[in-house]
Design a binder for this molecule. Sequence first.
Ligand code: PGA
Length: 253
Amino acid sequence: MRKKIVAGNWKMNKLADEAVALASELVNIANDEVKGDVKVILCPPAIYLTTLKKYIETSPNFALAAQNCSDKASGAFTGEISAAMLQSIGIEYVLIGHSERRQYFAESNELLAAKVNIALENGISPIFCCGESLDQRQNEDYIGFVKNQISESLFHLSAEQLQKVVIAYEPIWAIGTGLTASAEQAQEMHAALRAHLAGKYGSEVAEEISILYGGSVTAASADELFASPDIDGGLVGGASLKSREFINIIKAR
Ligand code: PGA
């Protein structure tokens, strides 16, 4: 059975006291209200990871992710954070290839393959993000485009390594726009990506990979999205910054 996951990507939001307040509120409410085996992964700015670890440790359902890591092991790379550093403070997941990093920091499929490798070498599970732009959806083979992102950044992995990866499909046109993909649109892509994984690794492996949907997920849209057979949870941006809204999304899972 693949894992059900709801991840909250805080991006570059929240000051220190606000971050602590949000994380502790989420853990407290989830302990009371969230039943079942859903994994909740908070992705705060890296500067808060050590502090927040203490707050989430009281709940077995919660884990932390960094929003990025370097593709390099260590050395003269001012401002960067290595996968080994994340591992040294007990971080279990890292977002790799979020569309904002691909767009604003020119991260290529090749660079992301290197980040995936170094995360795995340090025992950290990549949450690998992929997705097409509106222009690509309207004018190109958009499913082929996303499949290619996966082939170029993940298909060098062994089946055993791939099973540690979580995939997040996030159509760029749905991120932060209020335009959620319909459950049909998301399911179409998720099924195509799972078939793509099955073509390379076999269906048994593909069936074990959690594929999350991201892009303007709200409590109102989560039920229908998460009911789709190939959607195993969500990567939530804006709505993860409000405790009640995020808890309701977790409960939809
Ligand atoms: P959004 O962001 O939910 O605000 O659209 C999702 C994401 O960027 O991960």
